[in-house]
Ligand binder design. Structure first.
Ligand code: FAD
Length: 693
């Protein structure tokens, strides 16, 4: 029989699909790199990118790979720092590697004269970061097997030398479980750990210092094990920044803050995700309360037509822009104020170098849209900058700050300085024009989208996402300035603009709110949605108990909105208890009118309990209210109620956990340790869910 054209087309498509499937990762790259294919300078991911780490190391002449499992960029940043230090101090040939970009079946062929480092953040309830999920599944598997056939009992990784550092938060129950588990699995497989596995604690605020304290003995052990000679570290750029005076910043191929090529060409194209934001219109914005030192925003972000979707309990990520005031400060102190619109091209000097934003671009765009310039200063970075100080005195001071932990704390951290503020302070305004710009791109964080718990129900408003955010404004006694949160003040400026203020300028911060080439004009903000596991029971008749003081009530507004709608639609809705707390009823009791309306819809099945901490002689918090309702809470739990906590991770969430165990112990007449086990079991079965930050 003859094939007609359609058959041929179908067959050809099938064949191509099959080839593509079997060669996946060998001959074509899965475009996970945010800017893959979008860099105008040719440094983009090459076609034919391999997922074989050994091949990659051989090809590029590396003997040290630093894998990272990173969610917010800190682990990735630490990995880059280890790479730079290994190279400049010990002559190692280093590269960093995103765990999701490689396969691990051939780790058993890892040569003895090379080393692998693992920098692993723990996320949420002891989970791997998104980019480490596959690696974790592989390495933790009971029947893991490698390319050469070895399984657990044969110690297949006997040749693998490795070091490990974990990033965690001791306010969470599964503190640093990623690094603890991964080292356990690697050790089980026979791998050779060099030094101890480090653990950084974000909860205690000591992450940076824990990292610095861990890495010195680690380098010593590694140098011994690999016979490395330490040498005086000099800055070796990984990126090359070239000024292009003959190019015009306004020309079509220069990135002025656009995150990728589609955005540059003015046609945003989905899928929208952590690498590709959707420039969303803000449909509505208002202040829920405004008092002397605090205000709280409510915004409605329109996602219709974007193909973005959410379900109640998800998070939305907002991509911030740095405040103009801080951009100016940064550029001016480096002597780049006048040259801010100079076109620059950024190239990797090494095949494994990653360029965190598309190029060609301008100094202004890099500082405004791509670098976290307002964050706390890293002590190690102060040491790295010291050699480029404007004079010897300042250099001596920088060197001292870099090497003396307590001195650094008093002089820098306690004053809440960001980097440019520190440089200004040290040089009394004299410019730091000897610092190579590449050191900032390599050493500062890439700007991170901030997450917000969506405060609407997808059942009620499918195409509009609400957020509820308190504007960050931190006054430290003795510090010379008030610290302004990057994203929340940007949102405040957007709100002011939407309400007709032609020059919205919260606190003189001067945001470029119309975005690159005015692409955010008409009140838009770049966003993406992150799906979460923080979910209502699928059966609305199940009882739920929600603890959400302050902005912790955000997702619960969505939950209650959803249940109120279900009640209006005639469904049976189970007991819905919401514990809310704030300072004063008349001041910061957010959505007060709405709760009344939901009560009308839901009747007695909805109950709101409020704690006002600054009314009356005694401070009342949600934990106290919980105790007052102990009997009922226990009864609901016995009826398989779902228990939810949202908001402050450091204190509230932990205390609620403790109080709940106490309630169970008292009500059921069992020991506290037994009650704690019950709470743990609830967590494991998703009957106890947290959305904390
Ligand atoms: P940033 O600029 O990021 O500053 C934040 C804090 O960092 C400052 O307050 C300060 O303590 C510290 N800091 C920054 N710079 C310095 C410096 N130079 N020196 C010393 N300290 C410094 N927030 C809400 O309001 N509502 C929500 O519903 C909500 N949901 C969230 C859900 C999740 C899953 C997560 C992870 C977070 C959530 N957050 C929520 C918090 C939110 O993501 C942001 O962290 C918050 O809005 C602050 O962002 P910002 O950019 O304004 O502040």
């Amino acid at each position: 029989a003859q094939l007609d054209t359609l058959d041929i087309v179908v067959l050809a498509a099938l064949l191509l699909g099959t080839i593509a499937y079997f060669t996946k990762g060998t001959y074509w790259a899965v475009a996970k790199d945010p800017y893959a294919g979008s860099l105008a300078n040719g440094a983009a991911t090459k076609a034919g990118k391999t997922r074989d780490i050994l091949e990659k190391m051989d090809e590029t002449g590396k003997n040290c790979v630093i894998f990272y499992g990173s969610q917010t960029g800190t682990a990735e940043d630490y990995a880059s720092r280890l790479a730079k230090e290994g190279s400049s101090r010990f002559g190692l040939k280093t590269m960093t590697a995103d765990l999701e970009e490689y396969d691990f079946e051939n780790l058993d062929s890892f040569p003895e004269d090379k080393v692998a480092m693992f920098v692993l953040a723990t996320y949420g309830e002891g989970e791997p970061t998104d980019n480490a999920v596959e690696f974790y599944e592989f390495i933790s598997s009971e029947d893991v097997s490698f390319a050469q056939g070895g399984g657990i009992s044969e110690k297949p990784l006997a040749n693998l030398k490795y070091v490990a550092f974990g990033l965690g938060n001791n306010t969470y129950e599964h503190y640093n479980s990623m690094v603890r588990n991964v080292t356990k699995f690697l050790d089980r497989l026979g791998a050779n750990r060099i030094g101890t596995a480090g653990e950084g604690d974000d909860g205690a605020g000591t992450m940076e210092e824990d990292f610095l304290a861990w890495k010195e003995p680690m380098w010593k052990d590694l140098a011994e094990s690999m016979h490395l000679q330490e040498r005086e570290a000099v800055y070796e750029p990984v990126l090359e920044v070239t000024e292009k005076p003959d190019m015009d910043a306004e020309s079509d191929d220069v990135y002025l803050g656009e995150p990728n090529k589609n955005h540059l060409e003015g046609k945003q194209k989905g899928p929208f995700n952590a690498h590709n934001p959707y420039i969303a219109p803000i449909a509505e914005s208002k202040e829920l309360f405004t008092v002397k030192d605090r205000n709280c925003l409510h915004m409605e972000i329109d996602i219709s037509g974007s193909n973005l979707s959410y379900t109640t309990g998800d998070h939305i990520a907002i991509w911030p822009t740095n405040a103009g005031k801080e951009v100016d400060r940064f550029l001016n102190i480096l002597g780049l104020g006048e040259k801010r619109h100079m076109v620059i091209s950024v190239k990797g000097l090494d095949a494994t170098a990653k360029i965190p934003f598309p190029s060609p671009t301008t100094y202004d765009a890099v500082v405004r849209y791509h670098m976290e310039i307002c964050a706390p200063v890293s002590r190690q970075f102060v040491s790295a900058l010291a050699p480029f100080s404007p004079n010897e005195n300042i250099k001596a001071e920088m060197t001292k700050m870099g090497s003396d932990r307590d001195y650094f704390h008093d002089q820098v951290a306690a004053r809440n300085y960001n980097l440019a503020q520190l440089l200004e302070f040290l040089s009394q305004g004299q410019t730091w024009d000897k610092v190579p710009f590449s050191i900032f791109i390599e050493g500062l964080h890439k700007i991170q989208p901030r997450y917000y718990s969506i405060s609407s129900s997808s059942l009620v408003q499918k195409n509009k996402i609400s957020i509820t955010a308190v504007v960050e404004s931190v006054e430290v006694p003795g510090a010379s300035h008030v610290l302004k949160g990057v994203t929340t003040n940007y949102l405040l400026a957007l709100k002011q603009k939407q309400h007709g203020d032609p020059n919205p300028d919260p606190h003189g911060l001067n945001y470029a709110i119309t975005g690159p080439r005015n692409k955010y004009d008409g009140i838009h903000v770049p966003v993406h949605v992150r799906h979460s596991n923080f979910k209502l029971p699928s059966d609305p008749s199940k009882p739920i108990i929600m603890i959400g003081p302050g902005t912790g009530v955000a997702p619960f507004r969505g939950f209650v909105q959803e249940r109120a709608k279900q009640a209006r639609d005639g469904e049976t809705v189970g007991k819905t208890m919401l514990f809310f707390g704030c300072r004063k009823k008349a001041e910061d009791f957010i959505y007060a009118d709405e709760w009344e309306a939901y009560k009308n819809d839901m009747g007695d099945s909805f109950e709101m309990l409020t704690a006002f901490s600054r009314e009356g002689a005694q401070k009342v918090y949600v934990q106290h209210l919980l105790k007052q309702r102990a009997a009922e809470i226990d009864r609901l739990l016995q009826q398989k109620a779902y228990f939810y906590v949202c908001g402050d991770a450091a204190n509230m969430a932990r205390e609620v956990n403790t109080v709940l165990a106490q309630i169970i112990a008292e009500q059921r007449g069992i020991s506290e340790s037994k009650a704690e086990d019950i709470v743990k079991a609830m967590r494991n079965s998703n009957a106890y869910q947290e959305d904390v930050w």
